[in-house]
Write a protein that binds this ligand. Structure first.
Ligand SMILES: [Zn+2]
Ligand SMILES: [Zn+2]
Length: 140
């Protein structure tokens, strides 16, 4: 009765469909439950990035004035500081923090002393500027 089973050629379309379907859960997995992997939360509202766009936005490092000097922070789409902002970018890689409020540059492009001190301490060269990762190695 069940002699119609030896027809493997007819069954081939089905497995190929299952491949594409099985790929979806794998894609959705990391987004659903990434345990503590780069779990940056907004420093103002405390929310974690909900979508890839938010993750990109929140990967930006802000430098804001704290009680004991500049501190690093990250903000979600809704919470960026409503203040003057200087987007400091490395000449080579284009990376760099956003200097907000008291740490933003003046109209002449001059960074305030606290911002300069923090950047120098972090390894920046301000005559460029060059981030710590892009500086030429000191050969002396
Ligand atoms: Zn927020
Ligand atoms: Zn750089």
């Amino acid at each position: 009765m069940s002699s119609s089973s030896p027809t493997p050629d007819q069954a081939t379309p089905a497995p190929s469909r299952q491949r594409t379907e099985s790929a979806r859960p794998v894609m959705a997995g990391p987004t659903a439950g990434a345990p503590g992997d780069r779990s940056r939360c907004c420093d103002r509202c405390g929310q974690a990035p909900a979508d890839p766009m938010q993750q990109i936005l929140m990967s930006a490092v802000w430098l804001v004035a704290g009680p004991a000097g500049p501190i690093q922070a990250c903000y979600c789409r809704a919470c960026p500081p409503d203040a003057a902002i200087t987007d400091l970018t490395c000449l080579r890689c284009g990376d760099g923090p956003l200097l907000a409020g008291e740490l933003a540059a003046d109209p002449h492009g001059q960074l305030p002393a606290p911002a300069q001190e923090w950047l120098l301490a972090a390894g920046w060269r301000l005559d460029g500027p060059l981030c710590p990762g892009c500086q030429p190695r000191q050969t002396r």
